[in-house]
Design a protein around this ligand. Structure first.
Ligand code: URA
Length: 271
């Protein structure tokens, strides 16, 4: 099917009029397969009605089957290289098709402190590294106040290895599908302390549907096999950037982490 430039411009203008300024769908779509919807919206617009925004629906994912596939592909993994290869080979998520790069991790794999964020944003997708944009810079500054730095004594990754389009929040299905990979990642790093940055990391790892407003700064034990890890959720730096008054709360939580490191890790397992 061919379409002239005028029609394409008109289509884009229609979206701009609706306030849609970014391509924002969980699956790649052929826009002109939506011609029928487009024609209805265009007709309404011409008639002077206010058009109803076209909202892409989430694809129906066969989550349990995909979780099982993800779980199976983690079964015999014994190294970070193997884990990365398994994620690259996994075709159970359309996020992979839209991402520029896989964002695997950064920092010291021998660190005793592991940090898990939500998902890559535009900067991370471009560079293939977690937390390199604005919120990453704030995270680095926050952690440096308690002596933690990625080039030295922390290891950083995310729940999702690929950027969700338009930086939207990961869906429960995506969190479930990528959970086996992040659990294997934790198992391989075997940290003593796990910092869960933001609500997505908190929900995916601890599988507790409790709000981060209640859970931040609270220690929980998280066990994988025979290995027990102290976990603590922290407000996401993107939220702190939007709500600077929360800096005080984050500072209290960071002091709590520093206290645990000083009183427990440094004596028992030097950083
Ligand atoms: N936010 C995250 O949660 N992770 C990143 O890597 C970047 C921004």
């Amino acid at each position: 099917m061919s379409h002239d430039l005028k029609e394409i411009k008109e289509y884009l203008q229609l979206h701009a009029d609706l306030g849609i300024t970014e391509i924002f769908s969980s699956v790649p779509e052929h826009i002109f397969e939506k011609t029928k919807t487009f024609a209805i919206v265009r007709a309404k617009k011409k008639a002077g009605d206010s058009p109803t925004p076209v909202v892409s629906s989430m694809p129906l994912v066969k989550t349990p089957a995909l979780v099982e596939t993800a779980q199976k592909s983690c079964d015999n993994i014994g190294s970070l290289e193997e884990l990365k290869a398994a994620i690259v080979a996994f075709d159970g998520s359309d996020l992979k098709k839209m991402a520029t790069n896989l964002v695997f991790s950064d920092g010291n794999p021998g660190a005793k402190v592991m940090i898990i964020g939500e998902a890559p944003g535009a900067d991370e997708d471009r560079e293939g590294k977690p937390f390199v944009g604005m919120s990453g810079k704030l995270l680095d500054r926050m952690l440096s106040t308690i002596g933690l730095a990625r080039e030295k004594n922390i290891y950083i990754t995310n729940i999702l290895p690929y950027r969700p389009p338009g930086n939207r929040t990961p869906t429960p299905a995506e969190m479930a599908v990528f959970r086996p990979f992040i659990i294997k990642h934790i198992e391989l790093i075997a940290p003593k302390i796990l910092i869960l940055v933001g609500a997505t990391a908190l929900k995916t790892i601890l599988q507790k549907d409790l709000p981060i407003t209640k859970m931040h700064g609270v220690w929980n034990d998280f066990t994988i096999g025979s290995h027990t890890i102290k976990t603590i959720p922290l407000y996401h730096p993107a939220y702190v950037l939007r709500s600077p008054l929360q800096k005080r709360t984050v500072w209290q939580d960071l002091l709590e982490i520093q206290d645990k490191i000083d009183s427990w890790i440094v004596n028992t397992f030097p950083l």
